[in-house]
Design a protein around this ligand. Structure first.
Ligand code: ZN
Ligand code: ZN
Length: 255
């Protein structure tokens, strides 16, 4: 069954001053209201050493309570963190206490390998030196991400997935269809969603079609670092439109 169309009045990836966003959680929620959204997920970057998660949960819960009391139109305010995949076993750069978080965004900020995360520039240089084959790298990336899903089951979202590929000189066309189908099945098994990201314009329509054809939950996200871009989708709309046509075509071939 094809995925349901994503909700364009939802933004599941908005940063604040808790990490590298310009605006406060209050300003971000006010903008979501102005934009007429009915769901926003406030998200900031964490590492294993991050100590503010408890404060973030308390602040976003207090904000949601105040917001509910002052508006008749419902706006669902969720809270989450964004982390990176560290290695091929699927280790995540997360602090120990994740209590109170609705979502955990899993991103490819570095290139995960057997011995840990590698900087994209380093991987690009190693590729140029002939140290890896692209197909192997693509499989390692998919496997690393897939192996991280059990830790975020029920609240995970794959964030700007495969944005690391152009940084190492590769493209999503290097990903094997079988690998993408495996990752989509892992998303279904662990109830993890896939975001279509406005800032990075990824994943590509053909990657997204693999996930849609298998019925993975798709969410829209701007990855905003300033309030004015919250809930504004242009690239996401065209990626989703194109992927929907591709996924429907794949479904017809299966019949
Ligand atoms: Zn990110
Ligand atoms: Zn982000």
């Amino acid at each position: 069954m094809l995925s349901a169309a994503p909700d364009f009045l939802s933004d599941t990836h908005v940063h604040s001053t808790f990490s590298d966003g310009r605006d406060t959680i209050e300003e971000n929620v006010a903008q979501a209201r102005r934009r007429g959204l009915h769901r926003i997920c406030l998200v900031d970057h964490v590492r294993t050493t991050t100590t503010w998660v408890g404060d973030f949960v308390a602040a976003t819960q207090a904000l949601a309570a105040t917001d509910r009391g002052s508006h008749e139109v419902p706006l669902e305010i969720l809270r989450g963190v964004e982390t990176k995949v560290l290695d091929q076993k699927g280790g995540l750069d997360l602090p120990a206490d994740l209590g109170g978080l609705d979502r955990i965004l899993v991103a490819d900020h570095q290139f995960p390998m057997a011995d840990g995360p590698h900087h994209p520039k380093e991987v690009e240089a190693d590729r140029a030196a002939g140290r890896y084959r692209d197909a192997e790298l693509a499989d390692v990336l998919i496997e690393s991400v897939g192996n991280s899903l059990p830790a975020v089951a029920g609240r995970g979202i794959l964030a700007h997935m495969f944005s690391v590929l152009p940084k190492v000189g590769m493209a999503e066309t290097d990903l094997s269809p079988a690998g993408l189908d495996w990752l989509a099945d892992e998303c279904l098994a662990f109830d993890v969603a896939l975001e279509v990201n406005e800032r990075w314009a990824c994943p590509s329509p053909s990657t997204l079609a693999h996930f849609m054809a298998r019925g993975v939950r798709i969410v829209c996200a701007t990855d905003s670092h300033r309030a004015e871009t919250i809930g504004v989708y242009e690239k996401v709309r065209s990626i989703v439109d194109e992927a929907t046509v591709l996924a429907e075509g794949a479904e017809r071939q299966d019949v």
